[in-house]
Design a protein around this ligand. Structure first.
Ligand SMILES: [Zn+2]
Length: 328
């Protein structure tokens, strides 16, 4: 394990240097199509940096060391900006390569190429180069592979992404993190990745916070993967349940002995690309805690009240992220 390196946007660190880690967040994010709206809402570099640095400094004061930016390459990923935010905040940032799910990603390019022939080799080449050489000409290497599936199905398009990511992981050891849609396909994603050659110890199944059925959790966990409760604070939107209900299931999982397989994050977006969101007023109280400080201010105290020990909290916030990268 001594020679395993984690790619941050500032260069390699050892897994032991990751410390307290938020495993699924975003510095900035835009749904595909935001690029075309830049006459009205151009990318505002200075605001993204200022907001990112302010939030990461707040988190650093609460003990955070590492922030995994799960933005896929069709979500407006900005590696150079992430690098600047990391330099100015002193927090490690790990960025991703990979694509979002078919319904909400930028799929036209690959689907057209796919209609003309097999694209598996091309996806593999892209993901491999972004983790071993760098993204475009930035020299910044992606540190995680991001894949995503639709509600109730992993489409053929998405399967190609999963298989390419599994192959790159086999060769490089880079962890795979996923997006599940509305609490579906967690166990299926785990099986698909493992069948394609991925190491379960290096798989983080995402948005497990969106399905409170204990059997769904256990079916996913029995594959040996991490379950990432990473939409905490996001309630009542995009199919998300309430945190109070989530705490009960998290506590049950901890009591069943799964603290060493759980991760916690918020999927928070510090700055939206494109125009600001017009959220309905009813949503404000529901997402009042949707912020990456929520873990420190509310979630850890709630889990402790449910009986979680300091050691279990450390497993979830420090040891599990480290093991995801080291493969321990
Ligand atoms: Zn996300």
């Amino acid at each position: 394990m001594g020679d395993v390196k984690v790619n941050t946007v500032l260069g390699p660190i050892s897994p032991e240097e990751m410390g307290v880690t938020l495993p699924h967040e975003h510095i900035c994010y835009g749904y595909p199509g935001w690029e075309g709206d830049q006459t009205i809402a151009p990318l505002d570099h200075d605001t993204i940096v200022a907001n990112g640095v302010a939030t990461l400094q707040q988190l650093k004061a609460l003990g955070l060391n590492t922030y995994i930016d799960a933005t896929p390459l069709d979500g407006g990923r900005q590696p150079e900006i992430l690098k600047e935010v990391s330099e100015k905040s002193g927090v490690n940032i790990i960025c991703a390569t990979g694509y979002y799910f078919e319904g909400e990603g930028a799929t036209a390019y690959w689907k057209f190429r796919g209609s003309l022939g097999d694209i598996s080799g091309e996806l593999y080449e892209l993901f491999l180069k972004e983790v071993t050489v760098g993204i475009r000409d930035t020299g910044i290497k992606a540190g995680v592979l991001k894949v995503a599936s639709s509600k109730g199905i992993i489409t053929d398009y998405e399967k190609l992404m999963f298989q390419a990511a599994a192959k790159v992981q086999q060769e490089t050891g880079i962890p795979i993190i996923t997006h599940t849609q509305e609490g579906t396909m967690g166990p299926d994603q785990a099986k698909l990745l493992i069948d394609a050659g991925a190491d379960p110890k290096k798989i983080q199944i995402g948005h497990m916070s969106d399905n409170l059925d204990i059997n769904y959790q256990l079916d996913t966990l029995k594959n040996g993967v991490y379950v990432s409760w990473d939409r905490m604070g996001l309630q009542g939107l995009v199919g998300c349940p309430m945190d109070e209900q989530r705490y009960a299931v998290m506590t049950e999982l901890i009591k069943k002995g799964y603290a060493d397989k759980m991760l916690i994050s918020h999927d928070f977006i510090i700055t939206w690309l494109g125009r600001p969101l017009n959220l309905p007023e009813e949503a404000f109280p529901l997402i009042a805690n949707w912020h990456p400080t929520h873990l420190f201010k509310n979630i850890i105290p709630a889990l402790k009240q449910g009986g979680a020990t300091d050691e279990q909290i450390k497993a979830i916030t420090v040891d599990n992220p480290r093991r995801l990268f080291s493969g321990e």
